[in-house]
Design a protein around this ligand. Structure first.
Ligand code: C2E
Ligand code: MG
Ligand code: MG
Length: 746
């Protein structure tokens, strides 16, 4: 307790200082406040002043506190996260704006504060549950279909007891979404078939996916930190990589095919796309390279390319590739003045083998023929297959006429050795036409065409040889075109006649039938015999309309002869393979029969063995169909074809016609006599009739009669003649016989 007034002032002064210290104000300076001064001061005034200062200070503090509280509330309310403070009874003590919007359906704060959570919030159970655990850990829960992260922390009171819980709700749906996307990208990255390689701005590899390892053979660990140069094959020029980097720097992108080397040293073609990746500031951060192994595509491509330019059967260059090479070689010869020779090779009678032994044997034979030819040409020369049984050789460099002829000679000689196919020895020759550049043609088309013409000349000259092209050959080829045109006109304008040759029965001396033989008397000289124009008519398919005219005409004649009661059994008509293969051929024949009124058994068709062998199943069907209408079938020129005898049993055949070539030297030639006897015996065994063709002498006929042939046809009796003359011949012949019989009877 102060003992004096001075003590009292000192006491007051100490209290004032304490007060000022609490307010953070400087204590009164002691020199300002010595005892005398203090005494002069009005202590009451000082105390009042001090209190006024304290009040002002408290007001200022309150104002600042209010400001701070307002600021905190503003921050609290602008938080993207919802904040809720719950007391231990789960009453809402406070919450921010976002919480009102999001958790309390837009209610006002005063409607919420003080209420129980489960009264105002439909997800209260989740809040309360987490509130109770209030452990500061993160919980992610589904709130209104959003992913929400909740962090709850305890607020302690002065005594350090858990008083409230503050809960922070953050909507992390976008992060979760990004996370899911990243996961998906990682999955794709790992499983994609394409290799993906990521390198940094210094081109050091930072990541590769499994496909890169599969493609290159390097493990991921070996590649991280390395550069893509690890894969360099050494097969590209530095300029290739330079261009790649130029493009990457210029456009940020490069795509192309690149040859890389795998870990085990194989070279792989890859399709690569490289992109430069830049950050927001445009700084280069990474390169992403996507690679596809295109080796199988390349293989397919080169196989397709090979197939497009090669013949699948023999694997020789085809017409397309050959044409390219020929053009190229001619261009070079033109520039540099070299020689070029072309050999056009066609196999002789290949069609017969194909038709009679089947396409499989035919194909094998072509492969063998190609191999044999290939063995004869130099590496510098090109052997190609143009199609079918046509091959061609392009000679370059030393392509002199003598060298071309020498090669052709070797080829013809090589083909004289039989080919062994499936254990069968096949004899097949070849005919070759030769052209030289520039003498025989200035361009590829002319050279090929003229070589083809020369080859045909070699065929006409008896096959199994070669012919060098000459201008006269072209003349002959042009002639052929002229003949073809004349033939077409004759078919259109009815320029043909039908002649008939009698088929005689030796015993009775009677004419039993007539064979229809077509005549083109107005045809160009040298081309107007059936042996010349029938093959041409077949080649041009003009035989179809011509054959129909022949059938109709022959049936009309037969009807007329029948009306005259000439006693003829049938008319025989030659049918070509082209006709027989015509769809609907048997129906057409039957329609013509019906049209003519001639019964089926009065018509015979003649087919050669090769026609039959062309398509034995089709023949069997056609002939059976015709046979159902009574039509007879004869095999013409029997013994000259390339056939097997088994078809004789399979097909409905009536007659074998022994070819003229076996009859000509009878009875002088023992072989021919034996063949004729064998054919007659065969026919008899099979229950067939036989007719000998081309009988010119009485000796031939007598001999044939002696060996059992009872029907003949030939100049000995009559040449083919027009229908009227033929009828007269028959009438006269039969008349004589009938008169003779009458005489004998008398
Ligand atoms: P092919 O069917 O074997 O006809 C017999 C050929 O021998 C006929 O020749 C005939 O005139 C001839 N010939 C008949 N007897 C004798 C003889 O004693 N001595 C000689 N040296 N020859 C004789 P052509 O008329 O020149 O016919 C030749 C071939 O043309 C025929 O042979 C046949 O394959 C074909 N041909 C004739 N006419 C037709 C026809 O109308 N249609 C069809 N598709 N082919 C026909
Ligand atoms: Mg005939
Ligand atoms: Mg004949």
């Amino acid at each position: 307790m102060p003992t004096s007034q001075q003590d009292a002032f000192r006491y007051i002064r100490a209290k004032i200082d304490q007060l000022l210290a609490v307010m953070g104000t400087q204590p009164l300076r002691s020199d300002e406040l010595d005892d005398d001064t203090l005494i002069e001061l009005d202590p009451i005034g000082i105390v009042a002043e001090a209190f006024a200062q304290v009040i002002a200070h408290l007001n200022e503090t309150n104002r600042r506190f209010d400001l701070a509280t307002g600021e905190i509330r503003a921050i609290f309310d602008t938080l993207g996260a919802a904040v809720v403070v719950l007391d231990l009874d789960d009453r809402i003590d406070d919450c921010n704006h976002r919480a009102l919007e999001w958790l309390f359906r837009g209610s006002a704060r005063n409607q919420i504060v003080g209420r129980l959570a489960n009264e105002v919030c439909d997800t209260a159970d989740k809040l309360v549950g987490i509130r109770r655990s209030a452990d500061g850990a993160c919980h992610v829960v589904d709130l209104h279909s959003r992913d929400v992260q909740i962090v709850a922390s305890r607020i302690l009171d002065e005594a350090g007891r858990h008083a409230k819980t503050v809960m922070l709700f953050t909507d992390i749906t976008p992060q979760k979404e990004t996370e899911r996307h990243l996961q998906l990208y990682a999955e794709v990255f790992g499983h994609i078939g394409e290799g993906v390689l990521i390198s940094d701005a210094d081109n050091r590899i930072v990541e590769v996916n499994a496909a890169v390892s599969r493609i290159t053979g390097y493990a991921r660990e070996e590649l991280i930190g390395a550069t893509p140069g690890t894969f360099k094959s050494g097969l590209h020029e530095p300029s290739f990589y330079q261009a790649l980097w130029d493009a990457l720097h210029r456009t940020g992108y490069w795509q192309g095919e690149i040859l890389d080397r795998t870990r085990d040293g194989r070279v792989l073609p890859l399709l690569q796309t490289i992109s430069a990746v830049r950050d927001a500031e445009g700084r280069l951060t990474h390169y992403i390279s996507v690679m596809t192994d295109i080796s199988s595509i390349k293989e397919t491509q080169s196989r397709l390319d090979f197939l497009a330019h090669h013949d699948a059967l023999t694997e020789l260059p085809n017409r397309l590739l050959f044409g390219d090479r020929l053009n190229h070689v001619i261009e070079r010869a033109e520039r540099e003045g070299g020689a070029v020779a072309l050999l056009f090779i066609d196999l002789d009678r290949f069609k017969n083998i194909n038709d009679s032994l089947g396409h499989q044997i035919g194909d094998q034979l072509l492969i063998e023929a190609a191999r044999r030819l290939k063995g004869l040409v130099r590496r510098a020369d090109t052997l190609a297959r143009l199609g079918g049984d046509e091959f061609v050789v392009l000679m370059e460099g030393q392509a002199t006429p003598a060298a071309a002829v020498r090669l052709a000679d070797e080829m013809v000689a090589a083909f004289r050795q039989p080919f062994e196919v499936n254990g069968i020895d096949l004899h097949i020759g070849c005919s070759i036409g030769i052209t030289l550049y520039p003498e025989d043609g200035m361009d590829a088309v002319a050279l090929l065409k003229n070589a083809d013409t020369a080859m045909y000349r070699a065929k006409e000259a008896g096959r199994d040889g070669h012919v060098r092209y000459s201008a006269e050959l072209s003349e002959a080829a042009r002639n052929k075109v002229a003949i073809e045109n004349a033939l077409r006109a004759a078919v259109r304008d009815g320029g043909f006649e039908l002649h008939y040759q009698p088929i005689m029965d030796i015993q009775s001396g009677r004419v039993i039938a007539g064979e229809a033989l077509v005549r083109w008397s107005q045809g160009p000289a040298g081309a107007n015999t059936p042996d010349c124009f029938i093959p041409l008519a077949e080649e041009t398919r003009l035989i179809v309309p011509l054959g129909e005219w022949i059938l109709r005409e022959a049936l009309a004649s037969m009807r007329a002869w029948h009306a005259r009661d000439l006693g003829l059994e049938y008319v025989s008509v030659n049918i070509s393979a082209v006709q027989l293969a015509q769809p609907g051929f048997p129906d057409r024949v039957i329609a013509l029969l019906n049209e003519s009124g001639v019964p089926g058994h009065q018509l015979q068709i003649e087919l050669t063995e090769n026609v039959l062998m062309h398509d034995i199943e089709l023949c069997a069907w056609v002939l059976t169909h015709l046979r159902e209408h009574g039509i007879r079938v004869a095999i013409d020129d029997f013994g000259t074809g390339y056939s097997s005898l088994s078809y004789l049993k399979q097909l409905p055949i009536d007659i074998l016609k022994i070819d003229r070539s076996f009859v000509r030297d009878i009875p002088g030639d023992a072989n021919d006599c034996a063949i004729a006897a064998a054919v007659i015996g065969l026919a008899r065994t099979l229950g067939l009739d036989s007719i000998a063709e081309g009988i010119e002498t009485r000796e031939q006929q007598d001999y044939l009669a002696w060996i059992g042939c009872d029907k003949v046809q030939g100049y000995l009796h009559a040449r083919p003649s027009p229908a009227a003359d033929f009828a007269e011949f028959v009438a006269a012949c039969h008349g004589r016989l009938d008169d003779g019989l009458a005489d004998a009877a008398r």
